[in-house]
Design a protein around this ligand. Structure first.
Ligand code: FES
Ligand code: FES
Length: 174
């Protein structure tokens, strides 16, 4: 069964050992998704699988047969940046940019988790009908995405601008 990647149907790899990250980067030449640690510790390889954020370095590509994957390249629709991409530019949410694709995909997945009422380790009221993306929630929920340049203040500002005031999900463009 094929895999849909950024709206394009691609055949599943014949090698079941191939990670989703290596499928994206090495076989499909979608180099936007970055390989940092390659062991699940940095978040640089984050992509969206049916809207959920996953670490593509820990995912075998064949596990995602029949699923829809969106990487950073799939967020731009008809040349128009995703609002979060624009917010990263507006707030200088990057320096070298290596962590940025993972940060952006992760934040989009995080917003979906908020909308679905999934608590984090710092959520105080588990019965609340609607969750608010406070600064504390944002920092906790994004703690899996590291930035070695220390651009975290801009990253937080960009995500807050996009999501903190409205409990909505920005779906990835196909
Ligand atoms: Fe996947 Fe670091 S490269 S978590
Ligand atoms: Fe360089 Fe985050 S902008 S690692």
């Amino acid at each position: 069964m094929p895999i849909t990647i950024n709206g394009q149907v691609v055949p599943a790899p014949s090698d079941p050992r191939l990670s989703l990250l290596d499928l994206l980067r090495e076989q499909l030449h979608l180099a936007g998704t970055k390989k940092g640690c390659n062991q699940g510790a940095c978040g640089a390889c984050t992509v969206l699988a049916d809207g959920e954020r996953i670490l593509s370095c820990l995912a075998l590509a064949v596990q995602y047969e029949g699923r829809s994957i969106v990487s950073i390249e799939g967020l731009t629709a008809d040349g128009t940046l995703h609002p979060l991409q624009q917010a990263f530019i507006d707030h200088d949410g990057f320096q070298c940019g290596y962590c940025t694709p993972g940060q952006i995909c992760s934040a989009i997945g995080m917003a979906r988790e908020i909308e679905h009422g999934l608590p984090s380790a710092v959520t105080a009221d588990l019965e609340a009908s609607q969750m608010t993306l406070t600064s504390e929630e944002l920092r906790e929920r994004m703690s899996g995405n590291l930035c070695r340049c220390g651009a975290h203040n801009g990253i937080v500002a960009a995500i807050a601008q996009t999501y903190a005031r409205r409990p909505v999900v920005a779906e990835a463009a196909q």
